[in-house]
Design a protein around this ligand. Structure first.
Ligand code: IPD
Ligand code: CA
Ligand code: CA
Length: 283
């Protein structure tokens, strides 16, 4: 039965469940590092999935539904590959009262190669608005959490975005999207243009963790073309709750359907958008 505090149902808070899911999932993923049994390609050789991705999503879904049987669930591995199927799957559930949005392993390529940079990303949206985000890096045992209006924390410490005010002093991250028709060429245009204008660029392979690092002030900004709601939802809330700014690449406000994202400490945001625009790398 729902209590007066909308963040608590049946005595268990949404955040407690999200953290529990992330911790259990992370522990299992870490135990399977270097010994996954089955590697499959989705749309291309750059788009991978293992039985660990699928099993982790099942584990999280089961745990969420144990506590909140009536909540909706959108997980990457429950959706057909490709941007059209993702957009449709989101549209089908976007306005549900409570929607859990989950990327069981963000950074599967790293997981497969044993490169220790990947994360579990869990968000909860209420009628289309993200109210909670948890990102867990099992390799560093780092847990990043955010609740709407209540701030963002890494292992209990308040997160705050970095203070660079010029692009030239900024450390930026991006990704190399698997979609080679549209997203990758556009991202490469932005990358070519930005590299000489910033302090440096990192491409570490987990969009969710990149966003958590922007929130924690370890990166000044992040952009990428062609991401999905499960890559972004938790991390976007984290950046905002840490004092940063998030828009699409055209400068429009973030919503769950945004695929081309720019996240930053806020101070460099306009400059960042302008450079992407002058590179014609926005859409
Ligand atoms: C990928 C990672 C990567 C980003 C790709 C994503 P996945 O997610 O976030 O950093 O560049 O665009 O698809 O496939 O490992 O969950
Ligand atoms: Ca992902
Ligand atoms: Ca994934």
């Amino acid at each position: 039965m729902e209590q007066s505090n909308s963040f608590v149902v049946g005595g268990k808070s949404f955040m407690a469940v999200a953290i529990n899911c992330a911790a259990k999932a992370g522990e299992w993923i870490a135990s399977r590092l270097g010994n996954h049994a089955k590697l499959e390609q989705k749309l291309s050789a750059q788009d991978l999935v293992t039985e660990v991705d699928k099993g982790t999503e099942r584990l999280i879904r089961k745990l969420v539904h144990t506590h909140f049987p009536h909540h909706s669930f959108l997980g990457e591995e429950g959706v057909e590959p490709g941007p059209e199927a993702s957009a449709q799957a989101l549209a089908d559930v976007e306005q549900e009262e409570y929607l859990w949005i989950v990327d069981p392993i963000d950074g599967t390529t790293n997981f497969v190669h044993g490169f220790p940079y990947f994360s579990v990303s869990i968000a909860l949206a209420h009628k289309g608005e993200v109210i909670l985000g948890v990102i867990y890096d099992p390799m560093k045992d780092e847990l990043f959490i955010a609740e709407k209006g209540k701030g963002a924390y890494v292992h209990g410490k308040v997160m705050k975005v970095s203070e660079e005010s010029m692009l030239q002093d900024s450390l930026i991250a991006t990704g190399f999207p698997a979609d080679q028709q549209y997203a990758l060429p556009l991202n490469m245009k932005g990358l070519n243009h930005l590299v000489p204008k910033v302090r440096n660029v990192r491409v570490a392979g987990s969009a969710a963790l990149h966003l958590a690092y922007v929130a924690a002030g370890r990166l000044s900004g992040f952009w990428e073309i062609g991401l999905n709601s499960w890559d972004l939802a938790a991390g976007v809330l984290m950046v905002k709750e840490s004092g940063g700014e998030v828009t699409d690449t055209m400068g429009q406000p973030y919503h769950l359907g945004v695929r081309n994202v720019v996240a930053s400490n806020g101070s460099i945001h306009q400059q960042f958008l302008q450079e992407l625009a002058s590179a014609e790398a926005c859409k």
